[in-house]
Every structure is written in structure tokens, then in C-alpha cells.
Design a protein around this ligand. Structure first.
Ligand SMILES: [Zn+2]
Length: 229
């Protein structure tokens, strides 16, 4: 029996990915749920997206769908959703990471790890916060600045056009990036901490993730200043 329908998003310029799941156990009246990843960039001819926070770039949403006569879980044109949405969470992300989070959310609901009903919102939020705050290793590689101190999962790099090519770059200063594996990155951080006797170094590097500073020294000064003694 089918319990999941992946939808064609090509007609919806803001939608990156969307699926419907059948979860008859989730609620006595609602058994179909649509889970979508949406970007919040401006779209010509449409009202600007309502951002909860100016930094928000993407939204994950869960809608309960009415199973009215004529409803077909594979055909978005037949959908009537219960409003307000069951869940809306806005994040600062790349398209790739938003789609990855969406696919993990769909899987967790499909596997019954998460209940999509509003009664379970705090569990949904805790689950998403864990995913977004810990920022999972989406790819096998770490990218790091060669001219700045930025580093993060390779999925979070920016890009800039050079002639016909899009080159990966620091999303803040557009500086050139190098890359390595997570394994050697983590090992390098541990070795540096051990050799230098700087026990705070691993926590500093974790704090630095996703931040751009012109040098490690400048980053460390900001990190030390940010700590409550
Ligand atoms: Zn940078």
C-alpha cells in the first residue's frame, strides 16, 4: 500500500520539494499530511514571503489535508488544507540543506518517529531544532576559507560566477575555499588542541562554524570576548 507521494513542484516557483504521507494513526479525523520545503526569495508577480526573522531563507511546513470527495494525494490541484498549518519552521539555509532537512522530516514522519498532528508540535520542534542547531554533516566534506576563517559543511558554501563557471566561495566574503574530509578536519582540530595545549580550541572552532573573520586571530578575539568570563 502506498503511504507516500512525492509531488511535482515545477508549477510552484517557491517550492523546492513536497510530499504527501498517509498516517491514519496520527489523528482520528486527519490522515493525509503534506510536508514541503519552500524558499523565501522574492518571486516576480507574487507578494513577498512573510519572514519570521530577517535572516530566514527557507521554510519547512506540515499541512493536514482534507480527504474530501475527489481528493487525490498525488494531485496538488485537489488539495484542501486545514489552516493554520500544523507546523511552520523558518530556517537560515541553502536550498540543498533545506531539501536535506525536508527529506529527513518526511522520513521521520513516514517511519512514525514523529507524529504530524498539532498535539505533537513540541516534539516536532525539538526534533527540528536538534537537526538545525547541530547542523548535520550533509556531505562528506568540510570547506574552509583560504583567505578568511570561515568553515562549514561543504553543502553550505556560497558560489560566485567566474566566466562560465560557478566557483564555491565563502558565503560572506566570497573568498576562495579549500576542502578536506570531516575525518581529517576533526583530527586536525584535536591535534592542534593537544600540541598547543589550548583546551578551548575545539569549542572555539565549533563556535566559528559558519562565521567569517579575516583571520583566525580576529575570530579568536571575538570568541574570547563573547564568552561570559
Ligand atoms: Zn569569508
Amino acid at each position: 500500500m502506498t503511504t507516500r507521494w512525492d509531488l511535482d513542484c515545477s508549477a510552484h516557483p517557491a517550492a523546492l520539494a513536497s510530499a504527501v504521507l498517509h498516517r491514519p494513526d496520527a489523528h482520528p479525523f486527519w490522515s493525509y499530511y503534506q510536508i514541503s520545503a519552500i524558499h523565501l526569495r522574492p518571486i516576480e508577480g507574487m507578494a513577498p514571503a512573510r519572514k519570521h526573522n530577517p535572516a530566514s531563507t527557507h521554510e519547512l511546513q506540515v499541512l493536514a489535508l482534507k480527504s474530501h470527495e475527489g481528493f487525490d494525494p498525488s494531485q496538488p490541484s485537489t488539495f484542501k488544507a486545514l489552516l493554520p498549518p500544523n507546523l511552520i519552521i523558518q530556517i537560515e539555509s541553502t536550498d540543498e540543506l533545506a531539501i536535506e532537512l525536508w527529506s529527513q522530516l518526511v522520513r521521520a514522519i513516514d517511519d512514525r518517529e514523529l507524529n504530524p498532528d498539532t498535539d505533537h508540535r513540541s516534539a516536532q520542534l525539538a526534533w527540528l531544532r536538534r537537526l538545525t542547531v547541530e547542523r548535520p554533516r550533509v556531505s562528506d566534506l568540510v570547506a574552509y576559507g583560504s583567505r578568511c576563517a570561515w568553515w562549514d559543511d561543504k553543502q553550505r558554501v556560497g558560489s560566485r560566477r567566474v566566466g562560465a563557471h560557478a566557483l564555491p566561495c565563502c558565503p560572506h566574503c566570497s573568498g576562495v575555499l579549500l576542502e578536506t574530509t570531516w575525518e581529517s578536519w576533526t583530527k586536525g582540530v584535536e591535534e592542534h588542541a593537544e600540541q598547543s595545549g589550548d583546551g578551548a580550541y575545539p569549542a572555539f572552532i565549533e563556535w566559528l562554524r559558519g562565521k567569517c573573520f579575516p583571520s583566525l586571530r580576529a575570530a579568536r578575539a571575538a570568541y574570547d570576548a563573547s564568552k561570559p568570563n
